[in-house]
Design a protein around this ligand. Structure first.
Ligand SMILES: Nc1ncnc2c1ncn2[C@@H]1O[C@H](COP(=O)(O)OP(=O)(O)O)[C@@H](O)[C@H]1O
Ligand SMILES: [Mg+2]
Length: 235
């Protein structure tokens, strides 16, 4: 393995969520999706987030990723409170500190696997040759050394999610947020992809919060947390 792809250079983030509320207004109705959610995740820990459809899991991940603000409450990443962050700090957090994996991979259809993975790095930090070399090494790590030049449409669902995983690791994130990354896969492939996600997460010491429907996949994590009535329940 190239040293560019070897372990994390940055320790995983610890994540502390305190009394987070998220309220939506729709057609004159107020919906409190999150109602004082609390969660502490240690650096390098893997937490599975489960809960019924519509319980607010995606909303919670979006807030953690700083893609939307909480209505109330505080989020601290590696001890730094979100509420005190400048716009530049939030941009850096979104671009470099967090790696996202979604159910539908959001890969660019016209780009090769290699360039899909290299893409996030082209906005900074790496030169093009460095980005390509690091992307190649990450794709090798997720078992896609023979698929570097394939476009997403030429890959299986499991392979597409491996590419998405490699892309999420590209900036050496301190936190990976994965929203039903295996939701679109058959059970055997889902188990493989979740196993691989857990392997690379442990190798790098990066913190992981992963939403999943399947309890046998959630059980691969250190801890399972359930979102019930807008709050987190352990176990
Ligand atoms: N932008 C929005 N505007 C209004 N309601 C929303 C918005 N986003 C999510 N919701 C509502 O919040 C609830 C939780 O949604 P979501 O976080 O997607 O749940 P989950 O991921 O657990 O299935 C749902 O009732 C959904 O309709
Ligand atoms: Mg969701």
């Amino acid at each position: 393995m190239s040293d560019l792809a070897a372990g994390a250079r940055r320790p995983g983030a610890d994540v502390v969520v305190t009394e987070v509320w998220r309220t939506f207004h729709k057609g004159g109705q107020q919906i409190d999706v999150l109602r004082g959610a609390n969660l502490s995740v240690g650096a390098g820990e893997a937490v599975a987030l489960v809960g019924q459809s519509g319980s607010g899991k995606s909303t919670f991940l979006h807030i953690l990723a700083a893609l939307e603000p909480p209505t109330r409450g505080e989020i601290a990443i590696s001890g730094r409170a979100r509420s005190g962050a400048t716009r530049a700090e939030l941009d850096r957090y979104r671009n470099q500190d967090v790696g996202l994996v979604f159910q539908f991979h959001h890969l660019l259809p016209d780009q090769t696997a290699l360039d899909n993975v290299a893409m996030p790095a082209l906005i900074g930090r790496f030169t093009l040759p460095e980005a390509r070399e690091r992307a190649r090494a990450l794709l090798v790590r997720v078992g896609l050394e023979k698929r570097l030049q394939h476009r997403p449409g030429e890959l299986s669902g499991g392979e597409q999610q491996r590419v998405a995983m490699a892309r999420a690791l590209m900036m050496e994130p301190v936190l990976i947020l994965a929203d039903e990354p295996t939701g679109n896969l058959d059970p055997a492939t889902a188990s493989e992809v979740m196993g691989l996600l857990r392997e690379v997460q442990m190798e790098r010491g990066v913190t992981l919060i992963v939403v999943t429907h399947a309890m046998e996949l959630a059980a691969k994590c250190d801890r399972v947390v359930r979102l019930v009535d807008g709050r987190m329940v352990e176990g």
